[in-house]
Design a protein around this ligand. Structure first.
Ligand code: NAD
Ligand code: TYD
Length: 336
C-alpha cells in the first residue's frame, strides 16, 4: 500500500509513521507536513534513507498542491492527522484552527474524491463530545456532538465533513475519536511533557484551577494500533471511539509525575483556570472491542514512567524545541 500520512511530523503522526513501517513491512509512506511550530523532523531522523519513507513539505490548505500530489503519487490510503491541536492556542485565536482543521480537511477530502475515491481515515478527538459531569456515562459513538472550545468545534466540523463525503460522494471513510494521548515526541506544551520537562529543568509546573479536571489517558501506541485496526477491519462509513480506560484528575497526574521525577509539591504553581475548561472526558470503547478486537494494553503507570524516562534520555529533542532550535534541522536537510 502507498499511504499518505498528513501531519506525520507531529506527535501522534510521527509515532504512527514509526509504528506502521515497523508493523507493515513493504508499505510505503509519504509524510505530508507543513512543519508548523508543532512539526519536527527530528522525530523522524532515524528514517533518513529508508526507501519506504518520503517526506513532503506542504500545506493541506493549498488546494492545487494537494490535488497535484494525489495525481502524482496515486495513494491507496490517507491517514489524516494534520491539525492545529492545542486547546490553549485555540482560546487565544481560532483562525488557524478553522483554516487547517476544516478547510484543510475539505481539501484532502476533495483530492481523495477526485483522484479515485481514495480510502480515508480521519483522526479525531473525544473533545467533539463536550464535557462530562463526574457521574455521567462515558462518551460513545452515539453521543451528540457538543464541542466547547474552538479546537473542539473545528475538529467536530471536520468530522461532519468527513461523514458528509461518505454520504454524498460515497468516499470510503472511517473516523476515530480518541482520548488524551501521551508518549514520546509530544510537544512540550501539553500537560505531561510540559510537566516532565519543566521538572528536569527545575522549573515550576502550572496546574490550571484546582487540578480537578479529568482526562482519560491513552498511550500513543495503543491509539495508533487502534487506528491500524480500524483501517484494516473497520466498516466503511463508521466511527470508532478509542480510549485508555485510565481516567485521572490532573492533580493526580501531577502528583505521579512529581514522584517519578523525585520532586515535591512545592514545585506546583496553581494558575488561573483555562477559559471554558472542560471538566471531564471519558470514553466507552466497547464498539472497538466488540467489532475490531481492540482494547488498550499499556498500563498507565508503566506508560507514564517509560514516557518520563524517554524525556530524561532525549533532552536534546525537547531542549531544541524549548529553545526554538529544532527548525534548523529542516533548513539543513530540505532547504538548499
Ligand atoms: P501535533 O500538534 O503534535 O501535530 C500536528 C502536525 O500537523 C504537526 O506536525 C504540524 O506541522 C502539522 N500541520 C499543522 N497544520 C498543517 C497544515 N496546514 N498542513 C500540513 N500539516 C500541518 O498534534 P497531535 O497531538 O499529534 O495530534 C494529531 C491529530 O490527532 C490531530 O488531528 C488531533 O486533533 C488528533 N488527536 C490528538 C489527541 C492528543 O491527545 N494529542 C487526541 C485525540 C486526537
Ligand atoms: P492538555 O494536555 O492541553 O490536553 P487537552 O486540553 O486537550 O485535554 O491538557 C490536559 C489537562 O491538563 C487539561 O485539563 C488542562 C490541564 N493543563 C494544566 O493544568 N496545566 C497545563 O500547563 C496544561 C498544558 C494543561
Amino acid at each position: 500500500m502507498k499511504i499518505l500520512v498528513t501531519g506525520g511530523a507531529g506527535f501522534i503522526g510521527a509515532n504512527f509513521v514509526h509504528y506502521w513501517l515497523e508493523n507493515n513491512i513493504g508499505d510505503k509512506i509519504v509524510n505530508l507536513d507543513a512543519l508548523t511550530y508543532a512539526g519536527n523532523l527530528e522525530s523522524l531522523k532515524d528514517l533518513t534513507g529508508n526507501k519506504d519513507y518520503e517526506f513532503v513539505k506542504g500545506d493541506i490548505c493549498d488546494e492545487e498542491f494537494i490535488d497535484k500530489l494525489f495525481k502524482e503519487q496515486k495513494f491507496d490510503l490517507v491517514v489524516h492527522f494534520a491539525a492545529e491541536s492545542h486547546v490553549d492556542r485555540s482560546v487565544l485565536s481560532s483562525k488557524d484552527f478553522v483554516i487547517t482543521n476544516v478547510e484543510g480537511t475539505m481539501n484532502l477530502l476533495d483530492a481523495a474524491k477526485n483522484n479515485g475515491n481514495v480510502r480515508f481515515h480521519h483522526v479525531s478527538t473525544d473533545e467533539v463530545f463536550g464535557s462530562l459531569g463526574e457521574k455521567d456515562k462515558p462518551f460513545n459513538e452515539k453521543t451528540p456532538y457538543d464541542p466547547r472550545s474552538p479546537y473542539a468545534a473545528s475538529k467536530a466540523s471536520s468530522d461532519h465533513l468527513v461523514r458528509a463525503y461518505f454520504h454524498t460522494h460515497k468516499l470510503p471513510i472511517t473516523i476515530s475519536n480518541c482520548s488524551n494521548n501521551y508518549g514520546p515526541y509530544q510537544f512540550p506544551e501539553k500537560l505531561i511533557p510540559l510537566f516532565v520537562t519543566n521538572l528536569i529543568e527545575d522549573k515550576k509546573i502550572p496546574v490550571y484551577g484546582t487540578g480537578e479536571a479529568i482526562r482519560d489517558w491513552i498511550h500513543v501506541d495503543d491509539h495508533n494500533r487502534g487506528v491500524e485496526m480500524i483501517i484494516k477491519k473497520g466498516v466503511i462509513g463508521e466511527t470508532y471511539c478509542l480510549g485508555g480506560s485510565s481516567e485521572k484528575q490532573n492533580i493526580e497526574i501531577t502528583e505521579r509525575i512529581l514522584k517519578l521525577m523525585g520532586k515535591g509539591s512545592e514545585m506546583i504553581e496553581y494558575v488561573e483556570d483555562r477559559k471554558g475548561h472542560d471538566l471531564r472526558y471519558a470514553i466507552d470503547f466497547s464498539k472497538a472491542t466488540t467489532e475490531l478486537g481492540w482494547s488498550p494494553v499499556i498500563d498507565f503507570d508503566k506508560g507514564l514512567e517509560a514516557t518520563a524516562q524517554w524525556y530524561k534520555e532525549n533532552q536534546d529533542w525537547w531542549k531544541k524545541i524549548k529553545s526554538g532550535e529544532y527548525k534548523e534541522y529542516y533548513k539543513k536537510q530540505y532547504q538548499k
